[in-house]
Design a binder for this molecule. Structure first.
Ligand code: HPA
Length: 234
């Protein structure tokens, strides 16, 4: 057991998929994994380990926002030996060329701050994805015919933003979409020599004011799980 994860030693796989929502972790494990076993219920942040095509996989909720994700990523790596961590989540599009249901793969992250900011002090660290995972996920998405965009994403600290001017700057600078976890995932993975990637479905559009109906979210989420699994084991 670690402080926030109740799994016993050996119950977590080296490959971990991390949705923000713990109920999505349950759904994904029950839908895509063989013999899923619940390995964490602490704080309701459900985690499951099973197999996909014979390979061991854990799907562990991260919660919302970088401080929450940081706790789970640190413990998965430091206490359980996770080596590959893939966030699967939703994002808000910041470009006209990106549409609802499209997939966005975060090559790099822009952030105002991350929980790691205090370590870096004056250094402006650039959180970036593992290139092998990135390339494999882009290939897997292309093979499915899912419209996919690869580039810079914004990892925000607030969902209810009071700075529309910052969003305008990011749109001007080609940032594809906003979410709330990837920058810290990439940073923690870099610190411990692990591979990380964020694969996101566009659930809302900041420029068009559109949002995906909740029934469609499950389908898009399933696509992401399969792309993440294919990328992890390619
Ligand atoms: N902001 C931050 N995170 C998000 C959004 C958003 O608009 N949509 C999905 N995740």
């Amino acid at each position: 057991m670690s402080i926030h994860i109740g799994a016993k030693p050996g119950e977590i796989a080296e490959t971990v998929l991390m949705p923000g929502d713990p109920l999505r972790a349950k759904w994904a494990a029950e839908t895509f994994l063989d013999d899923p076993v619940c390995i964490n219920e602490v704080r309701g942040m459900l985690g499951f380990t099973g197999t996909w095509k014979g390979r061991r996989v854990t799907i562990q909720g991260s919660g919302m926002g970088m401080p929450s994700l940081s706790i789970y990523a640190n413990e998965l790596i430091r206490d359980y030996g996770a080596k590959t961590l893939i966030r699967i989540g939703s994002c808000g599009a910041m470009q006209e060329s990106v549409a609802l249901r499209d997939i966005v793969i975060g090559m790099a992250c822009t952030a105002m701050s991350t929980p790691s900011l205090g370590f870096f002090k004056e250094l402006s660290f650039a959180p970036c994805a593992d290139y092998g995972l990135l390339r494999a996920a882009a290939d897997a998405a292309a093979a499915r015919g899912t419209p996919t965009h690869v580039g810079n994403i914004y990892s925000a600290d607030v969902f209810y933003d009071e700075r529309p001017d910052l969003n305008e700057q990011m749109t001007r600078h080609g940032v594809l979409a906003v979410e709330m976890e990837a920058a810290e995932l990439y940073t923690v993975a870099a610190r411990f020599g692990c591979r990380a990637l964020a694969i996101l479905t566009v659930s809302d559009h900041l420029l068009r004011g559109e949002a995906l109906p909740s029934a469609d979210r499950q389908t898009s989420f399933g696509d992401m799980v399969e792309i993440a699994l294919e990328a992890a084991f390619s």
